[in-house]
Design a protein around this ligand. Structure first.
Ligand code: SF4
Length: 246
């Protein structure tokens, strides 16, 4: 670890602690509103417009509607996800949804036939997700994610504020259990992703997502049969590779 990286890491960790302290005692909407106040112009959200995304998007629309929402279109998504994005944008009145796409040069170099997910899914996620996301996050200091501990795996110990890819990452729903998510959908009559009713409790790219049986781990259908459980290869503040997807 170079001295510069070490210093940068300390700055980020101090920022995470300060933000955590500023959010202490607030409810979820209060957390979003306070973060938007502190980091005005430097805060965005990243959403997959997946199975549970409507909850955090609804809260952002209520508390900080000018927050930019970054949506990653890998060109491998379900058509239903794109339609759901459009429906939610209209329903919630989201006015700054930015669709991010992979660099054409990366696709041409590494995935000219569109089958990289079969040969090297980590590299596929890297060029279709991680690199475009890192590029899109450059103008921001903090990004909001809808991840939750109940998703299990690497998310089981998810903190509310963490450091990732040289940014602060805010997980306002980190401790929400499934029944609270369900209740929020019902209370606000939020539309569901159409594939949830077809057995997809967690949605990603079409080639890497399968339906699951009732009672199975909700993320069991993601990269089923592979060791891979998360989409991203990320870099921590020391430049070290870490797996931790969205
Ligand atoms: S989830 Fe699959 S198709 Fe999508 S970027 Fe990753 S490996 Fe490629």
């Amino acid at each position: 670890m170079t001295a510069l990286k070490s210093e940068y890491r300390l700055v980020l960790e101090a920022g995470a602690q300060a933000l955590e302290a500023a959010l202490s005692g607030l409810d979820t909407e209060g957390v979003l509103a306070r973060a938007a106040e502190i980091y005005a112009g430097e805060l965005c959200a990243v959403s997959s417009f997946g199975a549970e995304s409507a909850v955090i998007l609804h809260m952002i629309a209520k508390t900080a509607p000018d927050t930019p929402i970054l949506f990653l279109d890998t060109y491998k998504l379900f058509d239903e996800t794109l339609a759901y994005r459009d429906a939610l944008v209209a329903r919630l009145g989201l006015n700054d949804v930015r669709t991010i796409t992979p660099e054409p040069a990366h696709l041409e170099a590494d995935d000219p036939d569109g089958d990289l997910h079969l040969r090297n899914p980590d590299l596929c996620c890297h060029i279709r997700k991680t690199l475009p996301l890192i590029r899109a996050l450059r103008p921001f200091k903090v990004w909001i994610s809808g991840r939750k501990r109940h998703h299990g795996g690497t998310r089981a110990a998810l903190p509310r504020v963490e450091v990732q890819d040289g940014k602060l990452k805010l997980n306002p729903l980190f401790d929400w259990p499934p029944d609270r998510i369900e209740a929020y959908f019902d209370e606000h009559d939020l539309p569901r992703h159409p594939l949830v009713a077809q057995g997809y409790p967690s949605l990603g790219c079409l080639p890497c997502t399968q339906p699951v049986e009732a009672g199975e781990d909700p993320r069991a259908g993601r990269w089923a049969g592979q060791e891979k459980t998360e989409c991203g290869i990320h870099f921590d503040a020391d430049g070290k590779l870490v797996r931790s997807g969205q």
